[in-house]
Design a protein around this ligand. Structure first.
Ligand code: IPE
Ligand code: IPE
Ligand code: MG
Length: 234
């Protein structure tokens, strides 16, 4: 839920492959252009009132893709964020990676840890990058961690509330997304933020992610402000 002036936007950045193929380029060219868009959106988001941005970069199902595309995406992301680090720090952006990082290549994992520690004390935009992330995996991981605490005598099943369960999620500490955007026209959530998006306002856009811009985000925010969120009330 939106609290105070917090505004959390989550994005399924889809359509990189189609963008590239439409130009006769290899799919990876779409991923590269898509990363550039991430850079521009991160820069624009705070000025549009966004306080947290959670972006889906690689899903637990994306391992089904050819190995060279998988490796390209995983390395591209951390390489780009590492390159932007001085700029991100000067913009006070705190970067956190959510997902099952145990399965990431060791060099990617090491870069993730550097990125997180270099930005840990930043108090501006919260940028959460979902890398090897799946909503079901996140819920399962939280359930296992809670069960382990119960077995160790640190928790008991009757303690479990929604807030307590939140504290076991990879995205813990972040208010639930107010807005979930999916680009590229598919009308599905593809295992993104299943627990957290319970009351998010959904936006399905036809625009491919590499064509997304600050102006696209601004128009989503404008429509969001005109929607009436009831949270089950009347
Ligand atoms: C989104 O673009 C990026 C990832 C899923 C990593 P896609 O690569 O899925 O692009 P399309 O859907 O094939 O166009
Ligand atoms: C969702 O896009 C995952 C990311 C954007 C990282 P996909 O392209 O993997 O989703 P499907 O396969 O169309 O459902
Ligand atoms: Mg896709």
């Amino acid at each position: 839920m939106t609290t105070d002036n917090q505004l959390h936007v989550a994005i399924v950045m889809d359509g990189n492959g189609r963008w590239a193929v439409a130009r006769g380029l290899p799919r990876v060219a779409g991923h590269r252009q898509g990363a550039q868009v991430v850079h521009d959106i991160v820069a624009a988001a705070p000025g549009l009132g966004v306080t947290a941005l959670t972006i889906f970069a690689f899903s637990t199902e994306n391992w089904k893709r050819p190995a060279d595309e998988v490796s390209y995406i995983l390395h591209l992301f951390v390489a780009m964020v590492t390159k932007w680090l001085p700029e991100l720090v000067s913009q006070h952006v705190r970067v956190r990676v959510i997902g099952d990082r145990g399965a990431l290549p060791p060099d990617v994992r090491a870069s993730v840890e550097t990125i997180e520690s270099r930005t840990a004390s930043c108090d501006g935009l919260h940028l959460n990058v979902a890398l090897n992330y799946g909503g079901r995996a996140e819920i399962l991981h939280a359930a296992q961690a809670f069960a382990a605490d119960c077995a160790a005598g640190k928790a008991s099943p009757s303690d479990l509330t929604e807030d307590r369960f939140d504290s076991y999620l990879w995205l813990r500490g972040e208010p639930a997304p107010d807005i979930v955007i999916r680009t590229a026209g598919e009308l599905r959530v593809s295992n993104f933020l299943l627990w957290e998006m319970a009351y998010a306002e959904l936006f399905f856009l036809d625009v491919l992610w590499p064509d997304f811009s600050a102006a696209t985000l601004e128009s989503v925010l404008q429509e969001f402000r005109s929607r009436h969120r009831r949270f089950g009330g009347s």
